[in-house]
Write a protein that binds this ligand. Structure first.
Ligand SMILES: [Zn+2]
Length: 280
């Protein structure tokens, strides 16, 4: 028996690893993502994720003042309510305590934390033409929350940590630990993050369309935004958390017919909504 295999049978270490695997198996749940139907693996509970979301949201509101821009606040309230209604129809938001806030900051980003806590920085609204573009950004962020991407990411991190413990216990070899760490980082975490973006885009498109906003605003916004962002560090914030490339924009264009079919059936239509004053 090799020394590596002998190490595996060290009773205390083996017990630790088996306990961690048993714990993970007990807690694990599989779920189907609304709209896309993708199966996902979760180790975290929805109430745990929502508690974390509510806690973080309060921190953000302490860090940034709530915007006093009446136009921005009214636009977010209008499109937030419209998207919230169609998101609730998916039946996955019973435990959400929805909140929509415009935060006053030059940061060009937006987010929806688990449990329906939505924030849009005034900085990104300064770069929008109209309310339909806001509807897409809000729909996309809510898409992340409905798909429980935060919980999924935490679950993957737990599995990654368990894997690292296992490799370390079996081989007691730092080089292998490093290889394992890099492998899971590149092989799992990065592509996963990009697939999250595509999924949130798909959900966002469907939500904005069902809420009555013209789905073409999705790619017109992203095209203009990414072109403007090139070479500007101030505009890069949303791109660092929401990677965008030509493939992503192409996918939005390809998914538009499905979203337009939903838009055509929407009982109330806002089209592109209000054009923001700074664009008139
Ligand atoms: Zn995103």
């Amino acid at each position: 028996m090799t020394s590596a295999i002998k190490n595996f049978f060290h009773p205390v270490q083996t017990c630790l690893v088996l306990s961690l695997i048993a714990l993970a198996s007990c807690l694990c749940s599989c779920r189907s993502v609304p709209v896309t139907g993708r199966s996902q693996f979760l180790l975290t509970t929805e109430s745990y994720e929502n508690d974390l979301g509510a806690e973080s949201y309060e921190e953000y509101k302490k860090e940034y003042p709530v915007s006093t821009n009446a136009e921005y606040n009214a636009a977010l309230e209008r499109c937030g309510n419209a998207i919230k209604a169609v998101a609730n129809d998916l039946g996955e938001t019973d435990d959400f305590e929805w909140e929509f806030t415009v935060l006053d900051s030059e940061i060009q980003n937006a987010f929806c934390l688990p449990g329906g806590k939505v924030a849009v920085y005034s900085g990104i609204m300064d770069g929008m033409e109209n309310e339909a573009e806001l509807a897409f950004v809000v729909g996309h962020e809510i898409g992340h929350a409905i798909a429980r991407h935060g919980g999924e990411r935490m679950s993957r991190t737990i599995v990654q940590s368990l894997g690292a413990v296992l490799v370390s216990v079996i081989f007691e070899n730092e080089t292998l630990d490093a290889i394992y760490g890099t492998g899971t980082e590149i092989g799992i975490m990065l592509p996963y993050s990009r697939s999250n973006e595509s999924e949130a885009d798909m959900i966002g498109l469907i939500l904005m369309a069902r809420a009555g906003y013209d789905p073409s605003a999705s790619y017109t916004f992203w095209k203009r935004f990414t072109n403007n962002a090139e070479g500007s560090s101030k505009l890069a914030s949303i791109l660092s958390t929401h990677p965008c490339d030509s493939d992503r924009i192409k996918a939005m264009e390809e998914n538009e017919p499905a979203a337009r079919a939903e838009y055509n059936m929407a009982p109330t239509k806002y089209g592109f909504g209000k054009t923001f004053t700074h664009r008139k």
